[in-house]
Design a protein around this ligand. Structure first.
Ligand code: HEM
Length: 259
């Protein structure tokens, strides 16, 4: 159903469809339910997304699926943190815990960013529109681990000395590239709220295209960091996965524009 999928398609960020923003701003995905919800909002302000007062709430099957998936996303997002705590408690953070945590946080930031980018292709291929509602959570977890990664570097690699951090940005190429990736990710995290989506309107979608340079710079950072160790296996794996995730988007975009 190519037409239907176009309407539902990019209820969010990294989609290339220009009509996506309106749908994102709705707590629900389909066009009809979006209309119903906005009517509810007018008549029942303050109870956004909830049924009108007096209507008994019944959780549908898809409602349960949503909560189950939401739980899975949170478990996935919190797993690295829990793992570090357990490893720390058991004394399993390797002989160099600082380096382990800097690297591990970087790896998880990257993995979660890739998971965020995978949502749209999986949604389009599976037709499971509800998936899109979990993309923001994944993106924010990716940002969370990026922030931990940078804090770990600043404190343990640079001793918390601003001059040393500044010098490192220029001395080690891969650090400079990582910093550029972070610069791309910050506006995405800041504007991830519904308020910002509404305020920016169409521009919100354009702004969120920053996720693509952020991903490219992140994998570049990883690749250059490993270049010193001549160990490219993992960076290349991530680079190929990114090529697929971006490639399918380009194909879909080209098809839409050549219709
Ligand atoms: C200011 C920004 C950043 C700084 C200062 C930074 C710093 C570092 C440092 C010091 C390392 C370890 C180098 C070593 O052990 O020799 C590293 C590795 C890494 N960073 Fe970053 N990074 C930044 C941004 C990012 C971003 C945005 C991502 C991804 C979203 C990322 C992902 C990684 C990965 C995957 C590794 C390699 C982990 C491994 O070897 O297993 N970094 N980074």
């Amino acid at each position: 159903m190519p037409h239907a999928s176009r309407h539902n398609s990019s209820t969010a960020t990294p989609s290339l469809w220009p009509d996506s923003t309106r749908a994102w701003t709705c707590a629900v995905i389909s066009r009809n339910s979006c209309v119903v919800e906005s009517r509810d909002r007018k008549s029942d302000s303050g109870r956004q997304g909830q049924p009108p007062i007096g209507v008994p709430q019944r959780r549908s099957k898809s409602g349960y699926a949503h909560y189950a998936l939401s739980l899975c996303v949170h478990l996935f997002g919190l797993f690295p943190l829990a793992r570090w705590l357990v490893l720390g408690y058991l004394g399993g953070l390797t002989a160099n815990p600082q380096e382990f945590l800097i690297r591990s946080s970087g790896t998880w930031a990257l993995a979660l960013l890739w998971a965020t980018l995978a949502v749209t292709p999986i949604r389009r291929l599976s037709g499971w529109a509800g998936l899109v509602r979990h993309r923001r959570k994944l993106g924010l977890y990716a940002f969370f681990y990026t922030v931990l990664h940078v804090i770990a570097w600043a404190l343990w690699d640079r001793g918390g000395v601003p001059a040393s951090m500044w010098a490192d940005l220029w001395l080690r190429d891969f650090i400079g590239i990582g910093a550029l990736a972070v610069l791309c990710l910050v506006p995405l995290a800041v504007t991830s709220t519904h308020g910002w989506m509404r305020r920016l309107g169409r521009w919100w979608t354009y702004l969120h295209w920053l996720v693509y340079p952020a991903a490219i710079l992140s994998v570049w950072h990883f690749d250059w960091m490993r270049a010193g160790k001549n160990d490219f296996f993992e960076p290349h794996l991530y680079a190929w996965a990114l090529a697929v995730l971006l490639g399918v988007r380009i194909v879909w975009w080209a098809r839409q524009h050549h219709r």
